[in-house]
Design a protein around this ligand. Structure first.
Ligand code: NAD
Length: 422
């Protein structure tokens, strides 16, 4: 018989997110009432809104804003523009934001938004019109004290500037703290651009500490040479690691003696890809995951390490700069093979952490130096790693399960302490 519960019928990504939660809840022995509260989003808004295209035609777009949980603070999470956005995807991403913020212990809940659109098919003016109207439609939910969006797939600092401006126009004065990931000139933060990679490198330093390894001399392969991947390459090279392979959507390059990330970056800017970099051999995006190295950094897409290639991963540690790069089946294989995984909700949380700093700076209209930002980021990432490591050791579970347990326990505690209203 068909279920009448829309959540029970949810397709894959949302079902995966709920299954991950169920696993952590089981390990924590969470009571049934708390499980029922935390495994569904608190609020979901669907909006259908018109935009006048350059041709004069009126097109109606569908978008969502979901707040999974706000027990620990305002909802926080990006807005993506993509033709494949679904409500279930936004639900899953919102739930993951709750756990990510709780895992690094910043005072936010989890939210996410999306519009079903391929923005590459729109002009810049049309994207601006869509952004401003979408902002208006979701403005009952967003605000610096209630829900703070940020960039995600196909949205960027310019999109955030438009959202901030639209929201501010409604109120008649500038409210910079309504979004993060803004350009520096309108309340953005120093260090935000590098934050995800820097945070990931801080977690790798902690991995080195607890396993008696070293970043100096370690060989590194990085899938994805965008914001997270290319900056991670530079930061790791500065620590004395050897970057033996990097890749982008067009393919990868390998050089056992090491690649200079700055020179590879310059080559990519000139040629649009890392492929063809002088003195390197070509590798595919699958082969890069199996390169002989100590550190593997997936920094591109989800579902890259699967049950078919997990047995061939040669790295000793996988640092998940990307969201969801490892499937649950691959996770089990890596664990059995003794490969250390620094899970995404910990490894790439540097981005949301410096977003938090941006919001704090906006609210105080007092801007920090880059040194203060990087120092504060290190403190938060180091403490988060330690809590997950301790949980992992105490309960004899892998780091991903431990990260979920740390996060879910914090959200459950806040929910219990606040009590059930009314
Ligand atoms: P980006 O768009 O700057 O870079 C993505 C890179 O991946 C590009 O080099 C692209 O060419 C490459 N790529 C695309 N398809 C590929 C494929 N099939 N194989 C190999 N490489 C491919 O994006 P980003 O901001 O660096 O994000 C990368 C990952 O990190 C995403 O999973 C994202 O969710 C995650 N992440 C980013 C941030 C952040 O602050 N930027 C924060 C948290 C998580």
């Amino acid at each position: 018989m068909a279920s009448t519960n829309p959540v029970a019928e949810a397709p894959n990504i949302w079902a995966v997110a709920q299954a991950q939660f169920d696993h952590a809840a089981e390990k924590l022995d969470l009571d049934d009432g708390m499980r029922r509260v935390l495994r569904v989003p608190q609020r979901e808004l669907t909006v259908n809104f018109p935009v006048t295209l350059d041709s004069g035609t009126v097109q109606v777009f569908t978008g969502y804003r979901v707040q999974h949980n706000v027990s620990r603070g305002p909802a926080k999470g990006g807005i993506r523009y993509h033709q494949d956005v679904t409500l279930d995807e936004v639900r899953a991403l919102a739930m993951w934001m709750t756990w990510k913020c709780a895992c690094v212990n910043i005072p936010y809940g989890g939210g996410k938004g999306g519009v079903i659109v391929d923005p590459k098919k729109l002009s810049l003016r049309e994207v601006e019109g869509l952004t401003r109207r979408f902002t208006t439609e979701i403005s009952p939910l967003i605000g610096p004290d209630r829900d703070i969006p940020a960039p995600d797939v196909n949205t960027n600092a310019q999109t955030m500037a438009w959202i901030m401006d639209t929201y501010s126009m409604h109120h008649g004065y500038t409210i910079a703290g309504v979004v993060t990931g803004k350009p520096i000139s309108v309340g953005g933060s120093l260090g935000r651009n590098e934050a995800t990679a820097r945070g990931a490198v801080f977690t790798l330093m902690q991995w080195a500490r607890v396993t008696g390894s070293a970043l100096k001399g370690a060989r590194v392969a990085i899938q994805g040479f965008g914001n997270a991947g290319s900056i991670a390459a530079s930061l790791l090279a500065a620590e004395g690691s050897t970057i033996v392979a990097v890749s982008d959507s067009q393919g990868g390059i390998h050089r056992a003696k090491g690649l200079d990330p700055a020179k590879v970056g310059a080559w990519k800017r000139e040629h649009g890809t890392v492929v063809g970099y002088p003195g390197s051999d070509e590798v595919t995006n699958q082969e890069i995951l199996e390169v002989d190295c100590e550190i593997l950094v997936p920094a591109a897409l989800e579902n890259q390490i699967t049950q078919s290639n997990a047995p061939k991963v040669r790295a000793r540690v996988v640092a998940e700069a990307a969201n969801g790069p490892t499937t649950p089946e691959a996770d089990a294989i890596l664990h059995d093979r003794g490969v250390y995984v620094i899970p995404d909700i910990l490894c790439n949380a540097g981005g949301v952490t410096v977003s938090y700093f941006e919001w704090v700076q906006d609210m105080q209209s007092f801007f920090w130096t880059e040194d203060r930002i990087n120092e504060s980021l290190k403190g938060i990432m180091d403490r988060a790693f330690e809590s997950v490591h301790v949980m992992s050791t105490r309960h004899e579970v892998d780091m991903r399960t431990a990260a979920y347990m740390v996060a879910v326990a914090r959200v459950a505690e806040a929910t219990t302490l606040r009590g059930l209203y009314p």
